[in-house]
Design a protein around this ligand. Structure first.
Ligand SMILES: NC(=O)c1ccc[n+]([C@@H]2O[C@H](COP(=O)([O-])OP(=O)(O)OC[C@H]3O[C@@H](n4cnc5c(N)ncnc54)[C@H](OP(=O)(O)O)[C@@H]3O)[C@@H](O)[C@H]2O)c1
Length: 312
């Protein structure tokens, strides 16, 4: 089959098209013909030797986790799907799924059926960003109606979905994003927007119950100052950016890094929201799989508003 292989560790130019053996579905696995593969920052980090790079063993290094397609074959013991079912998911993360390819194998319980109203591009755009936002706000923070949530990087893949999920819980949503994205983010449900290029967020917002940080750097440390006692900071970008917790004793404030997990219950919840028209997945661009290298280069320039999806 055709796949994109990282021929080394480095910049986007290490990504090359290649013929590799198609995977075989093992015990309790399905073989999926990939119709669309979502691209995420962790793909770029892993390509560059960071991210989940250490989890790739021998053999062709094929990146990618977000996948949508149809079930092509069933391994022994699979009862959850039939051949021809449309499915999507985030299989195996953080271990390699090798989704930049014509076929992947996956554990069936890490996939869900794609509702008829959702095309493969949108389905492939949803799993990693959507599950991250869901697991951070709903599972980790236990976000409740009336709470105030601050979302950093609201103009990104995770951020624009997090804004909507927070709003669906009837939370008050404050968000940081570049000014050009403010109108669209207001439409998605943000109550207050801060242009991070013009203002330090900690000077304009306070009384926050939940901070979701997708930016990293000094954002987690600076965000601690805006939290209410008992509040929670969830950091996504890099574990090393998490403040050490010194000075938090007695405040009830928690801060944690979170790693997204494949989870078919949450994914079905996200799919239902998209199906009902209550959650919008923005697509920034689609490109043929063969253009993965150019797509990575584009993504690393920054400024995207929504997801990028590769089509084998
Ligand atoms: N731990 C996990 O499980 C997990 C899961 C998913 C993602 N992540 C990580 O979370 C981060 C974001 O992922 P993503 O998919 O949302 O990336 P993305 O789609 O590339 O979005 C990042 C966004 O951040 C915005 N931004 C950049 N600098 C900013 C700043 N100083 N303040 C506010 N916004 C800023 C940019 O928009 P502007 O145009 O507004 O600058 C950009 O659109 C990545 O580091 C990714 O690896 C972690």
């Amino acid at each position: 089959m055709r796949a994109i292989v990282a021929t080394g560790v480095g910049g986007p130019d290490v990504l090359r098209g290649a013929e590799v053996p198609a995977p075989e579905p093992g015990l309790g696995e399905v073989l999926v013909r990939v119709h669309a593969a979502g691209v995420n920052p962790v793909d770029c980090k892993t390509r560059a030797g960071r991210g989940t790079s250490a989890l790739f063993g021998d053999g062709p290094r094929v990146l990618g986790w977000d996948v949508a397609g149809t079930v092509e074959r069933l391994g022994p013991g699979v009862t959850r799907f039939g051949v021809g079912d449309r499915v999507f998911g985030l299989p195996r993360f953080p271990h390699p799924a090798r989704a930049y390819a014509e076929y992947v194998t996956a554990p069936p319980r890490q996939l869900v059926r794609t509702p008829a109203s959702i095309d493969d591009v949108r389905a492939a755009a949803l799993p990693m960003a959507g599950l991250t936002a869901w697991q951070a706000l709903y599972d980790t923070a236990g976000l409740r109606a009336g709470q105030r949530v601050l979302i950093h990087g609201a103009g990104g893949g995770v951020g624009h979905l997090a804004v909507q999920l927070a709003r669906l819980r009837a939370a008050e949503v404050v968000a940081t994003a570049s000014a050009g994205k403010h109108d669209a983010l207001r439409e998605l449900g943000a109550d207050q927007l801060i242009d991070y290029r013009e203002a330090d967020f900690e000077r304009v917002v306070g009384g926050v119950d939940v901070v979701l940080d997708t930016v990293g750097g000094d954002y987690p440390r600076r965000s601690l100052t805006v939290l209410n006692p008992g509040g929670i900071l969830i950091s996504l970008a890099s574990r090393s950016d998490l403040p050490d917790g010194a000075g938090l004793a007695g405040t009830g404030v928690r801060c944690t890094w979170m790693l997204v997990e494949p989870d078919h219950h949450a994914l079905a919840g996200l799919a239902a929201l998209v199906d009902e028209g209550r959650l919008v997945v923005r697509i920034e661009r689609t490109a043929p799989l063969a253009q993965a290298s150019a797509v990575h280069a584009e993504l690393e320039k920054g400024g995207n508003f929504g997801k990028t999806v590769l089509i084998p």
